[in-house]
Design a protein around this ligand. Sequence first.
Ligand code: KG4
Ligand code: ZN
Length: 368
Amino acid sequence: MGLPSAESAFAVGGQPGPTARFDSGVNPAGVILGIETSCDETAAALVAEGQQVLSSVVSSQVDLHARYGGVVPEVAGRAHVQRIVPVIEQAFKAAQRSADQVTAVAATTGPGLIGALLVGVSAAKALALVWDVPFVSVNHLEAHLHAAFLDEPDLELPAVVMLVSGGHTMLVLMQDRLHYRVIGATVDDAAGEAFDKVARFMGLGYPGGPVIDKLSSQGTRDAIDFPRAMLNDGWNFSFSGLKTAVINYLRRNPEASTEDVAASFQEAVADVLVTKARRAAEEHGAKGLCLAGGVAANSRLREMTREACAADGLAAYLPSRAMCTDNAAMVAAAGWWRLQADGPSPLSVGGDPSWGLPESRSCQLNAH
Ligand code: KG4
Ligand code: ZN
C-alpha cells in the first residue's frame, strides 16, 4: 500500500469525521507512524512496540527562520505542507517498511503553532482513515517525557524530568509512563527563549542556544554575577529578569568579553535549573534526573546535571541531542502508550495550540 497523494492526504483536514475502525484491542507488536509538526521541525518516524525506533526523519526549518530571528508561523505552516509527504515517505524508506505494516498513526495535536499543527494532524488523520488503523492524538509535552526512554529503555521511575525548550520550561515528576505531575514551570520566558533573546541582542543569530553554548567554552563562567531569580522561592522559574540583566550589563559595558558574558549567562540558567531539579528529586524521592527539550543539548547543563546526580546518588538520564530536540519517534512512543490506555482518538480532534500536560493524567506527589 502506498501513501495517498498530498491532495488526498489533506482532504479531511480539520473536519469532524468518524473514528477509524478499532475493534480488537491494541496490537502490542504494532508499528506506529508518528508525525510531528508543532513548530519548525517536520518529522515522521516508525517505532515498534513503543520502544524500537525503526526510523526517525526530521526536516528542520531552522535556516528558513534564521533570517527573521525566530519562528514565523506562516512560513512554518507552508514549509510543513511542502515537506510532510516526502518526510513520511523517507521514514518508510529508512525503516524498510510498507504502509500495510502500520498499526496506528499518532500525531502531535498540541501545544504548538496552530497552522503548523494542523498540517501533521490532517495528514495523520487522512492516513489513519485510508489505512483503516487508529489515529492517536499526542500531547507534545508528554511526547518529550517519553523521548528519554527511547535512548534509555531501563530508565528507572520515579524521575524528575527537566523539560527545557524554546517554548517550555518545566519540572515534571514522572511516576510511571502515564502518570506525572508538573512540579514547577517558568512564569515568563522559557529557558530556550532566554538563550535566543540574549543571543539576538548580542547579534549572534538564531537559534541562540548552540552559539552561546559554544562561546561559553572559551569564557569564564563566574566573570559576571548574573541574578538567579527565584532560586530559593518555590518550584517555578523566571528568566526574563536575567535576560534584562544581561542586556543592561552589555549596554553599560560595551567592551565586555562576549565569551565571558555568554558563559556567565549560561551558568546562571543552568545553576537555577539544576539546583531546583535536584531539590525536587530529593523532596519527591526520585531515583534520577532526566533532561528533555532542545536546551537539554546544552553542554554546561548536562555537566551540572551529571555532577549533581553523582553527588546525590541519583541516576543521570541525558538523552542524545536527537532525542532532546523535536522529533516524531517520541510522538510514536507516547502514542503507543496512549493507545493502550485510552484507545484511539476520534477523527474530530483538531489542533490545540495551548494544550498543557493534562491534569487528569497527573500523579499524586509523594512528598517525604
Ligand atoms: O525543543 P526545541 O528543539 O524546540 C522547541 O522549542 O520546541 O528547542 C529549541 C530551543 C531553542 O531555544 C534553542 O536556542 C535551544 O533549544 N537550544 C539550546 C542549545 N541547543 C538548542 N540552548 C542552549 N544550549 C544549547 N546547546
Ligand atoms: Zn518540543
